[in-house]
Each structure stands twice: as C-alpha cells, then as structure tokens.
Design a protein around this ligand. Structure first.
Ligand code: UDX
Length: 476
C-alpha cells in the first residue's frame, strides 16, 4: 500500500521505517528541511536501536523516501499517518496546533480520497475535530476523507521491536473501509509474515498480537488510559518504597511478590527517581485536564503526578544528608537519559538533579553513553566525560540517574579506588547493595533498609565509612 507519514520525529520515523520494512511504499515528510536532507542520506537524528540500519536498508530498496514537499507527500499516499508532536501547553493540555496545521494541509493538497490516521497521542474527540476540519477546508470536491485512530505504544529504546512485535494493535474506526485498509497495512505484523531484520536468528516465541477494533473516541482514550495507568503503577511502587524505608521492608522483595500476582504483573514496579520522558509526564497531565474539562476530578492521577515530583526532593535529601554541604563538592553523575537505551533527556529526572546540584555550587562531571550532547547544550557548566571512570576520579559522590546496563557492569573496585570518598547514591536501585558494601562503598538507594543491607558480613578491607542506608543519615 502507498502510505504517507507526516512528522519525522521519533514516532513518525519508527512508523514510516517499520511500515516500509514490512513491505509498504512509504513517503515521509517533515517541516524541518535539514532533518529531511539528513534522513535522505540515512542519517537518523535520534538514538533508537535498529532504526538506522533498517532505515538505510529501506532507502536503498526504495520502499522508503523522504521529501520536504509536504504537498507531494500528501498526494502520494492512499493512507496518511499523522505523527506530529503534541507537546504540553502551560496549563498541561496537549497543544494540537500541529495536528490542525496538518489537517489544513491535507484538506488543501489532496486530490483523491484518503484515510487519515492519527498516530500522535491526542485527547479524546480529536478524531472527530480532525474530520470536521478536513471536510470544512476540502478544496477538491472529489476527495473524501475518512479518519481513524491508531495509537502507538512504542517505548523509546525498544520502539522498533515494539512496532514489529506488539502485544496489541488498536484501530479506532467509524467505518468498515477504514478498518479494512488498516487490517491490510498491519496484516504482515498481525500474521507475522515479514522477514524480521531485528531478530535474524528467529523472533522470540511470543503470542501473535491481539487486534482490538474500537470507536475513534475509545482508541484515543486507550492510549491515555494505558500511559496513565503505567504512571500510577510506578508512583505506587515509589510510595511503597518510602514506606519500606520507614518500617524496614525491602522494596525489591515486596514488588517481586506483588508482581507475581497475574492481576498486577511484574513490570513498571521499579522504584527510584520516578518517571520521565516525553510521554508519561505529559500524557498524565493531559489526561487530568481532559477529565477536568469533562467534569471528572481524576484525584488518583493527580496524586501519582505529585508523588513523581516528590522523588527528586527525596533524592536530593539523600544527597544533602550524605554530603552535608553540597557546595564545592565534586559530584559525578552516571546517566542523563530519562531511561536506558535512549539519548532522550526530555523531562528526564537528571535535568532537575543537575539544576539543583549546580544551584548549590557543586562541581559536576557526567557520563552517559548516548545523551551527553543534548545535556551539554542545556548545561554547558557540566563537564562531560568520555568514560565513567573519568567521572569517578576524585569524586566525593557518584549519583546513578539512569539504569544503563553499562553501569551495573562497571569495575566497581576500580571506581572505589578512583573516588575521593566512596559514596554512591543510586537513584535507580540498579546496583546490588550487599556487593557495594562488600566493596567498601557507602551506598544509598530507595526503599531498602540499612539493617538488612548492613547484615551482609563485610570483608576486612572495608573502610570505616562503608555503610548503606535508604534513608541516608549523615555520613560518619
Ligand atoms: C511510554 C510508554 O511505555 C509507551 O507505551 C508509550 O507509547 C510512550 O510512553 P517511554 O516514554 O519510552 O514509553 O518510556 P517507559 O519505558 O514507559 O518509561 C517511562 C519512565 O518511567 C522512564 O523514566 C522510566 O525510567 C520510568 N520507569 C519505568 C520507572 O521509574 N519504573 C518502572 O518500573 C518503569
């Protein structure tokens, strides 16, 4: 099928590339001409595993192309996927101006009938507004517009795998022709009939994706409800971690058992610095506003948002209690991205931590395998290092802010020897506390009580400062 994708951000690029990968003819456009020029030569502006190789392969096979002529892209596709950004407005509502602009563009440029699919995350009823705008501004009487919603559930860092091997695909449609077209587009994925270049030695034996066909309004709500539920789940785990610190439980033990109940499930129960990124925080806000406007007070979700904001305060309390005076301390930061396997720092907890450290006069050095360039652009005062050991050299404290596997695998003995004071404050509960103590670190994390952790016998070489605490008392 001939497909157009409008918006070459993260969602648009993954959608366009993967649809080409499963056999469609895809043309993508974006209002940033430099981005299009780069993409035409196979230069991908985001860090996303598998994307650059797949994009280049599909450029070469001419199933995928890029144009800065938006009119050309609109005219080319039988089906148009709208993948433009819907950033938050000051009041938390989603800014739909880009969707509105694209609707005008399609209405004025299309010469033939089109199916217009919302892929961007939008509030309920946007599909119906979109249909209205398309009909009102339609230039060519012969062109009929149908609208559908096809929400994405792509996680940064695993977006290509998520697209090709989803657990569910949702079509929000109001007519049979749209449903038929969408089924045709997704048939290779639904029936697993494509050569998967991500898993060359065979795809994981997961069940085939479930197809859920709903109304447009329901599909739009499914996206908001999913992300908001995940956010509430994380905040719930974070509050349990706080209770663990007070009453002496271990959050890892609690969430492990909690997650074994199939009604709850094990994922999104990792306590720590809380959720960041461009989706969860903004989707939560937008859903709260949407509910409010329709007369529903979504108190639970507001509380989840509050809990999330408090994570940084609690983390900073741990830093201040451990270091006492932050001014002039050499603080090393491991991880800047909002989560592992991405270079994205939008709404990353690290940004607020860096801002506070700098405001208090700390000397900050940082390392992240993907997100340093973006961070330097915002915080030129932060010295970015080429490798984690350089961050550790002479540091009074190391903060773990992103759960990159690389940090778990560090030679921590070497890190210990390099630091001025072997103090680690782990905002992601990434490291093994007992092992850290054994190596002689003073180790702080979330929701793991000092008694249990210090119960591990320490070897003779452990220096006097070595101890661990979730509630981070003043360092000896
Ligand atoms: C999210 C949704 O998962 C995805 O379905 C949607 O399409 C886009 O938004 P993403 O923003 O890539 O994906 O990140 P996600 O993996 O959901 O993580 C969000 C944040 O929550 C990260 O900051 C992560 O570190 C944090 N998180 C996640 C936790 O703090 N604890 C957890 O247990 C899981």
């Amino acid at each position: 099928m001939r497909i157009s994708v409008i918006g070459c951000g993260y969602v648009g690029l993954v959608t366009g590339t993967c649809l080409a990968e499963v056999g469609h003819q895809v043309i993508c456009t974006d209002n940033d001409p430099e981005r299009i020029t780069a993409l035409r030569t196979g230069v991908v502006p985001i860090y996303e595993p598998h994307l650059d190789a797949m994009l280049s392969a599909n450029l070469r096979s001419q199933r995928l192309s890029f144009t800065s002529d938006a009119g050309e892209a609109v005219r080319a596709g039988e089906v148009i996927f709208i993948c433009v950004g819907t950033p938050p407005l000051e009041n938390g509502e989603a800014d739909l101006s880009a969707i509105d602009n694209v609707a005008h563009l399609i209405a004025t440029e299309a010469c033939q009938s089109k199916l217009v699919v919302e892929k961007s995350t939008v509030p309920a009823q946007t599909g119906h507004q979109l249909k209205r705008v398309l009909d009102v501004y339609r230039r060519n009487g012969g062109a009929e517009f149908r609208v559908a919603s096809n929400p994405e559930f792509l996680r940064e860092g695993t977006a290509v795998e998520d697209f090709l091997h989803p657990d569910r695909i949702v079509f929000g449609v109001d007519d049979e022709i749209s449903e038929k077209q969408l089924r045709e587009i997704y048939r290779p994925i639904l029936e697993r009939q494509f050569r998967c270049s991500v898993h060359l030695s065979g795809c994981p034996a997961t069940p085939p994706p479930k197809l859920v066909v709903t109304t447009i309004n329901s599909a739009e709500l499914i996206k908001h409800a999913s992300n908001s539920f995940l956010a509430m789940k994380i905040s719930y785990a974070n509050v349990i971690a706080d209770v663990c610190e007070k009453v002496g439980g271990d959050i890892k033990e609690v969430t492990r058992a909690l997650g074994l109940d199939p009604r709850i499930g094990p994922r999104f129960l990792d306590a720590g610095l809380g959720f960041g990124g461009f989706c969860l925080p903004k989707d939560v806000q937008a859903f709260i506003r949407l509910a409010e406007r329709s007369g529903v007070d979504f108190g639970m979700l507001k509380e989840a948002e509050k809990v999330n904001k408090r994570r940084i305060d609690l983390f900073f309390d741990k830093i201040r209690q451990a270091l006492w005076v932050v001014k002039d301390k050499k603080v090393g930061v491991l991880g800047l991205a909002f989560k592992a396997n991405t270079d994205d720092i939008r709404f990353a907890p690290s940004l607020e931590v860096l801002r506070r450290l700098l405001a208090e006069g700390a000397q900050v050095r940082a390392y992240d395998q993907a997100a340093m360039r973006r961070t330097s652009a915002i915080f030129p005062q932060v010295h970015c290092c080429r490798e984690p050991y350089e961050v550790a050299r002479g540091a009074d404290a190391l903060l773990v802010l992103t759960e990159w596997e690389e940090f778990r695998q560090l030679d921590w003995e070497r890190v210990h020897n390099l630091m001025a004071r072997p103090l680690v404050i782990d905002g992601r509960n990434l490291l093994n506390p007992a092992a850290m103590i054994e190596r002689g670190f003073e180790y702080y994390c979330f929701g793991r009580p000092p008694e249990k952790l210090t119960a591990v016998p320490a070897p003779a070489h452990v220096p006097k400062v070595a101890r661990v605490s979730a509630s981070a008392p003043f360092a000896a």
